[in-house]
Design a protein around this ligand. Structure first.
Ligand code: ADP
Length: 488
């Protein structure tokens, strides 16, 4: 099959969170299976250009319709971790992708509406005939709308669209004039069955457009699929998802084990695997050295996360003090986009500066993340909601025991050491139900207790997690089945 991914992120070149990892990991998995895969991305000025191999301009005369005239674009090609990527670079005074950031601009809906249109125009003008277009999140929700409203009538009758929802909290709710940016007619599309938002009666919802028009809609875990169809976690799209239930399902994301794998991870001082976890303790020493934590017989608890209300920032804060009060050490690697949260964690960092049992690293650091995954004993993920979550799956691969709130993909992947209805060799972490400090303490307290009192059982949990296959192997098969189903 010929599959084209249209996305606003692809790791490691343009990554804000799990979306970037998923696009890269799935593209690689599909390529390994013999499919032809290409990814179309915006050409951001702040991308990791050092992670693109052989970047060259491949198309210099792409004119993308834009509000009654056309914007001249160039298209560049390069390999990102072996994946073929096309980057769209508009020459326009709007500087759509020259903002120094990926998101967070007031005109984000315009920027990505333009990108969606440009991607479709590129497919048409370059004569590509993909079997499948796979697009992701609100940023590319207009892709299937454009296919069926415009490009099908220009000869693109062949492709089928799979649309993946990574986070329902961000739906691209905007003014209907954004549709004009993409060359679509608001009068035709702004009704309840199509792109009219449910909560804001005059607004347009780009994610809803993707759901309505795509041939198949997936989300990133079976539990989250259930939650967004039947609870407030659908953020107003429950009805739309229920109406389209026949083409909707959850596929758990995978983890790229070429990148996240302690057996081959060159960033670690010592590699290790489930048959011999001794290298893990060298990594713990190295992590303590690097962050200047004291070397004591204490469990090391970690958080690696965006510091966003979704991730339970008040529970992350509580976990720090609870761990310290219960004889543990704590490492946080987190970045906040909200100023208030950023200030709060910088304040906390200064407050705890002299404590030899804690280190807070505010920022984004891929290399440090690898060492923390390897060196920590437990990883806390206390999310209010979590569509899939990669952090807990990466942690398990590195033998770090996850302590998570049982929601979305966390509930699908972490099975409680004490309460799961599973044999011990399938249990791999600690879970709690209630999104509050008592809930967190109930799980983190048991984890720290087991580490101290029954290290053999604790290490067995590590190994159980390491042995479980959360690679792209299973999800790769699921997506190929979906593609084949919609082609038929
Ligand atoms: P989300 O996509 O909601 O941010 P996921 O758990 O799906 O959450 O994916 C998070 C990814 O981003 C993981 O690969 C995690 O290691 C990485 N990550 C999150 N915060 C940081 C950070 N501050 N520095 C480095 N990597 C981070």
């Amino acid at each position: 099959m010929f599959i084209v991914m249209v996305s606003s992120e692809c790791a490691p070149v343009a990554k804000v969170g799990g979306l970037g990892d998923v696009v890269q990991g799935l593209a690689k998995e599909l390529s390994i299976r013999g499919h032809s895969v290409e990814v179309i991305l915006p050409m951001y000025d702040n991308m990791r250009y050092d992670r693109i191999w052989g970047l060259t301009q491949t198309f210099d005369d792409l004119w993308v319709p834009y509000l009654g005239h056309a914007v001249h674009c160039a298209v560049f090609f390069g390999f990102v971790d072996g994946v073929k990527c096309f980057f769209i670079k508009p020459h326009s005074s709007h500087n759509f992708f020259d903002r120094g950031t990926y998101y967070g601009n007031r005109d984000d809906p315009d920027r990505f509406a333009f990108f969606s249109r440009a991607a479709m125009e590129f497919l048409l003008k370059s004569g590509k005939h993909p079997d499948i277009i796979h697009c992701h999140d609100w940023q590319t929700g207009l892709v299937p709308v454009l296919l069926y409203e415009i490009y099908m009538h220009l000869g693109m009758g062949h492709p089928r669209v799979c649309y993946t929802l990574h986070n329902l909290k961000h739906q691209g709710v905007c003014g209907p004039e954004v549709l004009r940016v993409a060359g679509l007619d608001p009068n035709r599309l702004m009704n309840g069955e199509k792109l009219l938002d449910h909560t804001h009666p005059t607004a347009c919802n780009l994610m809803k457009g993707g759901i309505v028009y795509a041939n198949f809609v997936s989300t990133v875990s079976p539990r989250y699929a259930e939650e967004i169809r039947s609870s407030d976690l659908g953020h107003g799209l429950q009805g739309t998802l229920a109406a389209h239930a026949g083409k909707f399902g959850g596929v758990l994301n995978g983890v790229d084990y070429n990148f996240w794998n302690p057996e081959i991870d060159w960033r670690l001082p010592k590699t290790y695997g489930p048959n011999d976890i001794s290298g893990l303790f060298d990594c713990k020493d190295a992590l303590r050295d690097r962050l200047m934590l004291q070397d004591r017989f204490k469990p090391l608890v970690a958080v690696i996360s965006r510091l966003d209300p979704q991730k339970g920032v008040h529970l992350i804060r509580h976990a720090i003090f609870y761990t310290l009060a219960n004889g543990g050490q704590f490492v946080l690697l987190g970045s906040a986009s909200e100023q208030g949260i950023n200030d709060e964690f910088w304040g906390l960092k200064h407050h705890l500066n002299d404590n030899p049992d804690v280190h807070l690293e505010i920022g984004y650091d891929d290399d440090l993340a690898h060492l923390i995954y390897a060196g920590a004993d437990m990883m806390v993920v206390p999310s209010a909601f979590e569509p899939c979550g990669l952090t807990q799956m990466i942690s398990m691969k590195y033998g770090t025991v996850p302590v998570v709130r049982a929601t979305g993909g966390l509930a699908d992947t972490v099975f409680d050491a004490n309460y799961a209805h599973k044999p011990y060799e399938e249990r791999n972490g600690f879970t709690f139900e209630h999104f509050d400090t008592a809930g967190l303490e109930s799980a983190l307290g048991r984890a720290i207790g087991l580490w101290h009192r029954y290290p053999r059982y604790f290490n067995q949990l590590r190994i159980n997690g390491m042995r479980r296959d959360y690679s792209w192997n299973h999800p790769g098969t699921d997506y190929v089945n979906i593609y084949e189903w919609i082609r038929a």
